[in-house]
Write a protein that binds this ligand. Structure first.
Ligand SMILES: Nc1ncnc2c1ncn2[C@@H]1O[C@H](COP(=O)(O)OP(=O)(O)OP(=O)(O)O)[C@@H](O)[C@H]1O
Ligand SMILES: O=C(O)[C@H](O)COP(=O)(O)O
Length: 395
């Protein structure tokens, strides 16, 4: 990529603002339930500290809608970061561009770390407000953008700010762009993509773009029902997007024209109702009872999908094959997770459910790259230009 990264600039003794995506899940008591996104930025932070930069960390957490909301405070995240950095002190400012942040940033010494409070406590962040961006830029000399997960948002801390101070990518951003970039621009074939999750409407762009690149496209999860309905199967009470039937038909036709091997479920696990303990059974897609709903791919389909993954050289996976939250309907997703891990392909996985399945099965280490981006990795796979990446300084 023709953008500057951390190796292209002098950071020693400089004040560096690092934009990270510490939008991590927390339980009701404020405990971080998955710290992957924090751990993923440690190489960038350690590099900056080893170079004696004064490091100011900025992030959002959740969607507090421009208002101060204690449940969205980044304080617990600062504590977690300190632990992950072997109890190194992480100073904390109770605002992001206010008097406290300004004072603490000004006093920050080389080798020290300061975390700002949630950027989204200010409505100006999401509005990409130039004055807010300028104030944020005023805290530092350089922006290091390691927040791949938010690079699809034209927000002040990833976009507007780059008008005032130079912006380069951090190591996490580099890693995301390298792996996702290779998959969309220069994949090694055979290239197999697996797309699942609830709705076709969320992933139309991804499917359309991947149809130009893949050899095999596997579709599972709730969205597969719309494709089944489009082919004329009775889908009972399954989740089907009636307004997407024509589109699903078009996508099936496009796959054919482009010579893509499109794989849809042949059998599904149907349930009497949407519940963890619902009565359920595997049936052929021609046999879905009118009062039942498909909540997982069936065993024959899982076998077919696994076979399609054998010999793949590049695999992209996003979205579960069924209602993974209920054990009875997690079997298809787990079978796909095992097949991706066993494929030996360069594998790129995005999305919380797919990653959770891999972690549950202790297979995450077998994946080449687990993306920290949700919406951002989807938009990247759609082939869109992400504003936070476009705004990085050119080489
Ligand atoms: N057959 C189905 N019927 C109804 N819901 C389904 C079905 N299959 C999967 N789902 C639901 O889809 C949801 C995930 O879909 P979503 O579109 O949010 O995927 P995603 O967020 O991209 O995936 P990930 O969480 O891996 O990123 C899960 O909550 C799952 O229960
Ligand atoms: O979790 C994410 O996908 C990112 O942090 C972006 O969050 P957002 O969808 O609230 O902008």
């Amino acid at each position: 990529m023709n953008k500057k990264n951390l190796n292209d600039i002098w950071v020693s003794g400089k004040k560096v603002l690092v934009r990270v995506d510490y939008n991590v899940p927390m339980d009701k008591a404020g405990n971080i339930t998955d710290d992957t996104r924090i751990r993923a930025t440690i190489p960038t932070l350690e590099f900056l500290l080893s170079k004696n930069a004064a490091v100011i960390i900025a992030s959002h957490l959740g969607r507090p809608k421009g208002k101060i909301a204690p449940e969205f405070s980044l304080k617990p995240v600062a504590k977690k970061l300190s632990q992950l950095l072997h109890d190194r002190e992480v100073l904390f400012a109770n605002d992001s561009v206010g008097p406290e942040a300004r004072k603490m940033a000004a006093a920050l010494q080389p080798g020290q770390l300061l975390m700002l409070e949630n950027l989204r406590f200010n409505p100006e962040e999401e509005k990409n407000d130039p004055e807010f961006a300028k104030q944020l830029a005023g805290l530092a000399e350089i922006l290091v953008n390691d927040a791949f997960g938010v690079s699809h948002r034209a927000h002040a801390s990833v976009h507007g700010i780059t008008k005032y101070i130079p912006a380069v990518s951090g190591f996490l951003m580099d890693k995301e762009l390298l792996f996702l970039g290779q998959a969309v621009t220069d994949p090694v074939h055979p290239f197999v993509a697996i797309i699942g999750g609830a709705k076709v409407s969320d992933k139309i762009g991804v499917i359309e773009n991947l149809l130009n690149k893949v050899d095999t496209l596997i579709i599972g999860g709730g969205m597969a029902n719309t494709f089944l309905a489009a082919q004329g199967y009775q889908t009972g009470k399954s989740l089907v997007e009636a307004d997407k039937l024509v589109l699903a038909k078009e996508l099936i036709a496009t796959a054919k024209t482009k010579g893509v091997n499109l794989l849809l479920p042949e059998d599904v696990v149907v349930a009497e109702n949407f519940a963890a303990d619902a009565d359920h059974k595997a049936v052929a897609v021609t046999q879905i009872p009118s009062e039942w709903m498909a909540l997982d791919i069936g065993p024959a389909t899982a076998g077919k999908f696994a076979a399609a993954l054998r010999g793949a050289k590049t695999v992209v996976w996003n979205g579960p094959m069924g209602v993974f939250e209920f054990d009875a309907f997690a079997i298809g997703t787990e079978a796909v997770a095992k097949a991706v891990a066993a494929s030996g392909a360069k594998s790129i996985v995005g999305g919380g459910d797919s990653v959770a399945a891999l972690e549950k099965l202790k297979l995450a280490a077998k994946i080449t790259h687990i993306s920290t981006g949700g919406g951002a990795s989807l938009e990247f796979l759609e082939g869109k230009e992400l504003p936070g990446i476009a705004a990085l300084a050119d080489k």
